[in-house]
Design a protein around this ligand. Sequence first.
Ligand SMILES: [Zn+2]
Length: 238
Amino acid sequence: MNLTARDLLHKIASDMGLPYNKIAKIVNEAMMNGEGLLEAVNSLAKEHGLDDRNYRIDALKTMNEIERILKEDYTQTLMISAVLGQMVEAEGKERFPAPAFFAFLEILSSVSEAPKDAKSETSTEIEEHTTRIIELTTTLVSVICRWSKEGVVGVADNCPQELKELARLVFRKTMMLQSGLWSCISCGRIVDVKSTRALMCEECDIKMDDSSISQVDSSRCTRDRNGYGQTSKSEEPN
Ligand SMILES: [Zn+2]
């Protein structure tokens, strides 16, 4: 069973005997025109006489995999959160989509706290896990939410019952963000999105200045990413 959009695109590309990039481009274009990920892949499969039942994503398994990674190790989870927090405010290709970030925060708040220093993670491991979380969360929201050209417009018809509440929350928060409002990830106060820093209200941002989050060395994660979480080394020296 495919857990991420990338796994799914690799599978259909190999079944069709076409390069991954070509398939990714076709699916991206369909999605930019408001088609859902699975819809786009399934119509591609049908067009080419493939059985569309082979191209599904089990959203619950995707969700379980996110939870599994977030429960592994406290420091690792903290660092993943810090990187994603920066990426959601980034511009251009490195930008982590806001709906995926909302899903991430919700799952993060629902998992039990990871054990401290369960393992000594290397920067490569953190990178890999961050990339994996990006892939899993972007996939999850593209499957459980209903999309249009404008972005998330509701809950997907085939969203599993267990994930409907999450999909509704992602939708609500996305609507709020689109109307220029934001709820501070630290204190929960609703503020103007223009006044936020690193997704926090100004007051929390000032308080956070010497906290552990701002001390996380973001230079440990310096790769470029796109929506499917592929990475390419940046030129930044270490
Ligand atoms: Zn705040």
